[in-house]
Design a protein around this ligand. Sequence first.
Ligand SMILES: *[C@@H]1O[C@H](CO)[C@@H](O)[C@H](O)[C@H]1NC(C)=O
Ligand SMILES: *[C@@H]1O[C@H](CO)[C@@H](O)[C@H](O)[C@H]1NC(C)=O
Ligand SMILES: *[C@@H]1O[C@H](CO)[C@@H](O)[C@H](O)[C@H]1NC(C)=O
Ligand SMILES: *[C@@H]1O[C@H](CO)[C@@H](O)[C@H](O)[C@H]1NC(C)=O
Ligand SMILES: *[C@@H]1O[C@H](CO)[C@@H](O)[C@H](O)[C@H]1NC(C)=O
Ligand SMILES: *[C@@H]1O[C@H](CO)[C@@H](O)[C@H](O)[C@H]1NC(C)=O
Ligand SMILES: *[C@@H]1O[C@H](CO)[C@@H](O)[C@H](O)[C@H]1NC(C)=O
Ligand SMILES: *[C@@H]1O[C@H](CO)[C@@H](O)[C@H](O)[C@H]1NC(C)=O
Ligand SMILES: *[C@@H]1O[C@H](CO)[C@@H](O)[C@H](O)[C@H]1NC(C)=O
Ligand SMILES: *[C@@H]1O[C@H](CO)[C@@H](O)[C@H](O)[C@H]1NC(C)=O
Ligand SMILES: *[C@@H]1O[C@H](CO)[C@@H](O)[C@H](O)[C@H]1NC(C)=O
Ligand SMILES: *[C@@H]1O[C@H](CO)[C@@H](O)[C@H](O)[C@H]1NC(C)=O
Length: 646
Amino acid sequence: MIAAKWIIVALALSHNFLALATKIEADALLHSRWWPDSITSNTSLSHCMWLGILCDDFGSVVKLNIPPQYYHHWFPGHWSNMNFSLLPNLTSLGLPDNGLAGVIPLQICALPKLRHLNLSYNYLIGELPLCLQNLTMLEVIDIHSNHIDSPIPLGMGDLKRLIHLDLSSNSLHGTIPPTLGLLSNLHLLNLSHNDLDGFIPLEIGNCMNLYTVDLEDNSFVGPIPPSLAKLRNLTHLDLGGNSFNGSIPPEIQNLTNLAYLSMEENKFSGSIPPEIGKLKSLIELRLSSNSFTCPIPFSLAHLTNLTVLDLHGNEFDCAIPSKMGDLYSLTHLDLSFNNFSGKIPLQLWSLVKLSHLNLQNNSLHGSVPDFNKLINLDYIDLSNNHFTGKISHNLSIRRGALYSIDGSKKIDGSRRIKKSMQLEILEKNGDFLSIWNYDGRIAYEDMINATEDFDIKYCIGTGGYGSVYRAHLPNGKVVALKKLHRLEADDPAFDQSFRNEVKHLTTIRHRSIIKLYGFCLHKQCMFLVYEYMERGSLFCALRNETEAVELDWSKRINVVWDMAHALSYLHHDCARPIVHRDISSNNILLDNKLQAFLSDFGTARLVNPNFSSNLTANIVGTRGYIAPSEQRSSNFSRMFLLEVCC
Ligand SMILES: *[C@@H]1O[C@H](CO)[C@@H](O)[C@H](O)[C@H]1NC(C)=O
Ligand SMILES: *[C@@H]1O[C@H](CO)[C@@H](O)[C@H](O)[C@H]1NC(C)=O
Ligand SMILES: *[C@@H]1O[C@H](CO)[C@@H](O)[C@H](O)[C@H]1NC(C)=O
Ligand SMILES: *[C@@H]1O[C@H](CO)[C@@H](O)[C@H](O)[C@H]1NC(C)=O
Ligand SMILES: *[C@@H]1O[C@H](CO)[C@@H](O)[C@H](O)[C@H]1NC(C)=O
Ligand SMILES: *[C@@H]1O[C@H](CO)[C@@H](O)[C@H](O)[C@H]1NC(C)=O
Ligand SMILES: *[C@@H]1O[C@H](CO)[C@@H](O)[C@H](O)[C@H]1NC(C)=O
Ligand SMILES: *[C@@H]1O[C@H](CO)[C@@H](O)[C@H](O)[C@H]1NC(C)=O
Ligand SMILES: *[C@@H]1O[C@H](CO)[C@@H](O)[C@H](O)[C@H]1NC(C)=O
Ligand SMILES: *[C@@H]1O[C@H](CO)[C@@H](O)[C@H](O)[C@H]1NC(C)=O
Ligand SMILES: *[C@@H]1O[C@H](CO)[C@@H](O)[C@H](O)[C@H]1NC(C)=O
Ligand SMILES: *[C@@H]1O[C@H](CO)[C@@H](O)[C@H](O)[C@H]1NC(C)=O
């Protein structure tokens, strides 16, 4: 009897402790002021029911995952208001694309049970906190697409349970700490698009469970360590856009699961080793823009699953091996900008899956063979060789159809109206009808239909050289069409601007640069297809009293961040720097989350990698936006900050 009473008292007490603990958690959530009054003031709604919150059976908060789409409705983004140390049972913290700014608060290191951390797509600055090493339960760290600019802490190596480490698209600097070699459970390591340098540490070879390694676009140097070949499970290896040198180590043959290998844009040299032929799972092999030389090993022909082979921009000076004809899965073959000699081997014309073939700028000769069999061909460029005879073949390309050059499927509308187009057009200036990288099906007719043949009622603005229309496509997506008027199309200056825009926007990819989905460059129809920006230009937003208030200082700072990153990308991260030459609030567009996108590349220009040259001559564009004292390109980003803040 007495014992039973004690049990009841004990239960009651523990119940009280629990109630107290959950009350503290509820208060912490309330004080964060992340949730709107409409939610927090409803006393019959437990905090466990608030959006993004998951509690365990005892009412303790274990997950806090706020999906991106809520941010612009109510999440204020002041994440310092949340006292994370009062939520000790959190196992998952996910705040991707929540507009978080500032540094990562050290408080998150007081979450000993944390397994999953996702802070990607925010505006975080400063350091990766050293104390992250305390979070030894962590399995997933995803902080990609922020502005973190510190070294990678040595202590990361203590996070033995880590499976997924994505720190890409930040400004991390320093070297890869050898301690990362202790992460034996790691499946994915993505450090791409940072400012990291130094050698790849040998110890990486100890992360035996790695499937994906992406080091693209950093400043790494030195040879590939042979120990990398210990990563038997590796399927994806991207070393592109660095300063690696040396040759491909023969040990690479051990990576028999490799499906994607990119070493493009480095300083690699030597012979592609015959061992490459052992990588039978390879689907994409990208070795472009290096100094690789002949011979090309026969064993390459064993890679029968290969769909993309890109060897452009090397120093190959032999004949194209006829064995290449064995690569029957190829859809994309680029051997351009080498010194390949001899005739095009007949075997090449049996690669019936080819959709993209680029042989330009070599020393090939002979007559151009009949490539009727290449029924899937979307793009072919044979220019700047020594071919003789007349090109008699006509490519059947539907007028105005949108074709893909990114290796994906050809859009088959209805590296029906059929009209013959001379191959020479493709040859002349790399001119092709259109490009496609939109995630859906689309056709020329859809565009015409959606705008009722460019009816004025769909017009949302008139720009420097044409009008912009809003097109609601049958698949539900909305796009913006920029159309050059017939009269203007005859003006070489406008025509040039249009082509310039296509040229630049098809080669660059950045989250703060407007995406070009497709285009039609044809005498009868000149239009560009972009992602649609709901809120129009920054210029207009700042001039409308209601919108200018909504665009408060914190949002304006985000605009500055977005633009500074877009410019830094254009100036420093592109294969060849691009100067936009007309940055103005007219050319900054806002989406419905007030994220900013740089647009209008009509006057942009490539500059020589030698950046110390006089760039004053390269500045054009809107008067009043170009600060006269700022002449050096290295100051461009800073110049821009001044413009927007004033
Ligand atoms: C408060 O929350 C309860 C439980 O979800 C809900 O039924 C009720 O409609 C809410 N009250 C208001 C005023 O939103
Ligand atoms: C955390 O979980 C433990 C075990 O489930 C529980 O005893 C404790 O009260 C919880 N902490 C809080 C603050 O709710
Ligand atoms: C967070 O909570 C802890 C524990 O109650 C407290 O010591 C600390 O001062 C709080 N931090 C802030 C910033 O409120
Ligand atoms: C983190 O969140 C982003 C945005 O929702 C998502 O794309 C990404 O896959 C998430 N990362 C992980 C590792 O789940
Ligand atoms: C991390 O752990 C160390 C010792 O293990 C401790 O001294 C330090 O206070 C912890 N840091 C945080 C932020 O919890
Ligand atoms: C690595 O991150 C970059 C940028 O965040 C992304 O574009 C790329 O697809 C990622 N790589 C892999 C292999 O997932
Ligand atoms: C590779 O993957 C398999 C399962 O797919 C796993 O059993 C193995 O441990 C992984 N690591 C190595 C080094 O093979
Ligand atoms: C490559 O595989 C061979 C045979 O399995 C093995 O002897 C060698 O040590 C491996 N090399 C590396 C660098 O893992
Ligand atoms: C080649 O591709 C086929 C079809 O996708 C697949 O079954 C086969 O396993 C692949 N071969 C290798 C070596 O990966
Ligand atoms: C364009 O609209 C007409 C009439 O509404 C319709 O018959 C036709 O199928 C549409 N074409 C496309 C490609 O959607
Ligand atoms: C200002 O913006 C608001 C909200 O977008 C809009 O309703 C209003 O018509 C605009 N005013 C002017 C003068 O354009
Ligand atoms: C740079 O170019 C501008 C415009 O062409 C010219 O006026 C200026 O003298 C040049 N400056 C130098 C240092 O060459």
